[in-house]
Design a protein around this ligand. Structure first.
Ligand code: ATP
Length: 423
């Protein structure tokens, strides 16, 4: 309970269908205890009398269907109780999806493929979490497909991935990330390489379909697809591509009538598109808060939640690895011989010789065992961050969650950088 200001204690009594919202102040921690009644946190039931400790910056809502009392200990910003929540709408959506899962069980067909879309900061990830939690509480094995490269729900930012959820998220630490399937994208917006982004979405869809083919429970449980908040222009095209690739049959549009109308026009009639309000509790995050959040996700990858792990630092010899970036700048048409068409260079693998400019970059270690495999469409084993490059001695230093030796030799370079201030 280090870092909790025990002089600040407040009890809240919540009537049924109410929600307690609070944010943990910077450099503070807050302890939450359910004293009485029942309550849930983004769809996970809270255990009576247990201490839940939230870290600096956490934005929390605790909802109760039947009424409860809660004690908060520690400095928090503006804790308040609201009865204005869309939880009943989300519960109804869950009930409709569960009905589709029952039909899927009976007829051995695919369960609902639910895609959640909307602008930035409308609570897309939170709605995904609630729907996943409710479904696993019914005994389902629902898959989260995270296409939000900006925040990284399944792994670090700059990746897309899939995670089959078997138990409700931990109220503090979120879903157990035991065996996520992760693909390297390298940028924190699809804009970084649209062609690659769409290639990865198609790949994820294929992999998920294959999983459904050999596991009925996974097939009938369906999936929840989290998307980016970029909904204009090419961002919108990416959403259409995702809906088509995954053959989404339910699309939940949060808080954007315009997007809802566009999707109604562009998606086939059998897709069930629903417009739903965002929760008034969702907190807007300015650019710097998003950046800090991204940094904290990366830090958590190396150090674990609450810094419970120690990452390993070691040197890697240039000759033991091969580095690539994805995408080469295309040649201007005037440089091409007459009659030769521009080749698509966006998903081209470009070998890179390590240099000083690699410092602080994150590298994804591909699971590929040889270059005969398509590196771009192969999942990754994990990540390291480059902390130093010694060109004279042909070695670079890394921070890695696992000790030496590296299990594979092919690395993909991310645009994303991480400066380890723990050193
Ligand atoms: P992005 O556009 O970055 O993908 P998003 O739409 O997925 O964002 P979330 O990440 O779900 O939005 O929510 C933004 C923040 O608001 C999160 O920190 C979340 O914990 C918080 N939040 C969500 N719902 C509530 C609520 N009802 N009350 C208080 N805070 C909430």
């Amino acid at each position: 309970e280090k870092g909790i200001d025990h002089s600040v204690v407040k009890d809240f009594k919540l009537a049924k269908d109410n929600e307690l919202r609070f944010e943990v102040e910077t450099n503070q921690r807050v302890k939450l205890v359910l004293l009485d009644g029942s309550a849930e946190l983004f769809g996970t039931e809270l255990v009576h009398s247990r201490s839940y400790i939230f870290e600096s910056g956490a934005k929390i809502a605790v909802f109760t269907w039947f009424g409860c009392s809660i004690r908060l200990t520690g400095k928090n910003e503006a804790a308040y109780v609201s009865k204005d929540t869309p939880m009943i709408i989300y519960l109804n959506t869950h009930a409709a999806c569960e009905q589709m899962r029952k039909t899927a069980d009976q007829e051995d067909i695919r369960g609902p493929r639910i895609m959640v879309v909307g602008p930035q900061d409308v609570g897309k990830s939170t709605v995904c979490r609630i729907l996943l939690n409710y479904s696993v509480r019914m005994g389902r094995k629902t898959t989260l497909l995270d296409l939000d490269v900006g925040q990284g729900g399944v792994s670090i930012p700059g990746t897309v991935g899939a995670l089959t959820v078997e138990r409700p998220a931990d109220p503090v630490d979120g879903f157990e990330l035991k065996v996520p399937l992760v693909y390297h994208f390298g940028h924190t917006s699809p804009n970084g390489n649209i062609k690659l982004y769409e290639t990865l979405i198609s790949r994820l869809a294929d992999v998920f379909n294959a999983k459904c083919d050999y596991n009925r429970l996974i097939k009938h449980s369906g999936c929840v697809i989290n998307t980016c908040g970029w909904i204009k222009g090419q961002g919108y095209q990416c959403l259409l591509h995702a809906a088509q690739s995954f053959e989404a049959d339910v699309v939940i549009v949060l808080d954007s009538e315009r997007l809802y109308n566009d999707l109604k026009r562009d998606l086939p009639d059998f897709v069930n598109i629903i417009l739903q309000p965002k929760s008034p509790g969702v907190v807007e995050r300015p650019r710097d808060v998003r950046r800090d959040y991204r940094d904290s996700k990366i830090k958590e990858y190396f150090y674990g939640p609450r810094k419970i792990y120690f990452p390993h630092a070691f040197d890697v010899s240039f000759q033991d690895v091969e580095l690539f970036k994805i995408g080469a700048p295309s040649l201007p048409d005037s440089c091409l011989p007459l009659g030769v068409e521009q080749e698509d260079t966006h998903t081209k693998l470009v070998p890179v010789t390590p240099g000083r400019d690699l410092v602080h970059h994150i590298l994804s270690l591909s699971m590929a065992e040889s270059l005969d495999e398509n590196l771009i469409e192969t999942n990754v084993a994990g990540f390291v961050v480059v902390t130093n490059v010694d060109v004279d001695n042909q070695v670079f230093s890394v921070l890695s969650p696992a000790p030496r030796p590296l299990p594979r030799r092919y690395f993909l370079i991310m645009d994303t950088r991480f400066i380890d201030i723990n050193k």
